[in-house]
Ligand binder design. Structure first.
Ligand SMILES: Nc1ncnc2c1ncn2[C@@H]1O[C@H](COP(=O)(O)OP(=O)(O)OP(=O)(O)O)[C@@H](O)[C@H]1O
Ligand SMILES: [Mg+2]
Length: 284
């Protein structure tokens, strides 16, 4: 994928497979292509090579309207419109009041909206600037709960909020989107350590794609080094979270009639591109 016809490829060799409902954390240095991945997924920028298949459907042959309804992206800066509460949460008037109140209750904003004179029909002034950034982000998550997307993408959604609100947001994501496929570009590594998989991007490449525990334990992995560069003192804490999540996942798999992919089939989910293949790809 590239932003300009003659520009350089900002995404290359990005080959991966996500099972429905899996939670995937995306990490990488600034400019490594994390947000570009989201752009490609939403087809805000069309890929000139390769393809993205969602639920068996090639993204390029999916109508943009359907595609964008199925994917919900929560960016770093919460987006609130100067409309009513209801229009913000349900812009196409497709959902019942109960569904909207349920979503507000899940993000704990129901009491604030209850107190407004016109409740759901109250007008939100100044694009929600009267609310804190954390409240605005919770509002955006309520919008996603109402919409029930197939894929939920968080692009550093909690980067502007404090750790407490970040944990609240993560708790809501886990509780309200158990079957939704989640792609979270992480600001704090702690929040994705219990995810199913982690992607490490570098310079537009998907360099690593594996379980958090596997990457964390592998001293040669980029992820291991990333943790040591930025959050070295947190290593043991992150390891504990990843270990606990792995144990819980294994327990769940044992009791689940539908068996998920085993660790040994990870290589089918991610085919890293070798350096010597770069020339071939680049010339395309
Ligand atoms: N609108 C744009 N036009 C041209 N190039 C862009 C555009 N947006 C991003 N890029 C380039 O694409 C590459 C990947 O950027 P991207 O924003 O995807 O990185 P990122 O991993 O999300 O970084 P960050 O952690 O800073 O958000 C960078 O080289 C960047 O300069
Ligand atoms: Mg980004």
């Amino acid at each position: 994928m590239r932003y300009h016809r003659f520009g350089h490829n900002v995404l290359r060799h990005v080959n991966f497979f996500v099972q429905p409902g899996q939670k995937v954390g995306v990490v990488g240095r600034t400019g490594s292509g994390k947000s570009s991945l989201v752009m490609a997924l939403e087809r805000l920028v069309e890929s000139h090579h390769g393809k993205i298949v969602l639920d068996g459907m090639d993204l390029n042959s999916t109508g943009l309207h359907d595609l964008r309804r199925g994917i919900c992206v929560i960016p770093q800066e919460p987006v609130i419109f100067s409309y009513t509460v209801r229009e913000n949460l349900d812009p196409y008037h497709e959902h019942t009041d109960e569904e909207i109140w349920y979503a507000l209750n899940q993000v704990k904003l129901d009491t604030i909206i209850e107190a407004l004179p016109k409740k759901l029909d109250d007008y939100i002034p100044m694009r929600g600037q009267t609310y804190s950034v954390g409240q605005r982000q919770l509002f955006c998550i309520a919008r996603a709960i109402v919409r029930k997307p197939y894929i939920l993408v968080l692009d550093e959604a909690s980067a502007s909020v404090d750790l407490y609100t970040d944990r609240v947001i993560q708790g809501i994501i886990k509780k309200c989107f158990p079957r939704t496929t989640v792609l979270a570009i992480a600001h704090r590594l702690e929040t994705i350590m219990d995810y199913d998989l982690i992607m490490v991007m570098e310079n537009g490449w998907l360099k690593e794609y594996d379980r958090p525990l596997t990457l964390l334990k592998n001293e040669k992995s980029m992820f291991h080094n990333l943790v040591h560069q930025h959050e070295a003192e947190q290593y043991n804490k992150l390891l504990t979270i990843a270990q606990k999540a792995d144990e819980e996942r294994q327990e769940k798999q044992k009791s689940s009639p539908v068996r998920r992919r085993s660790a040994s089939s990870m290589d089918q989910m991610f085919k890293p591109v070798e350096e010597h293949e770069l020339g071939k790809e680049e010339s395309r």
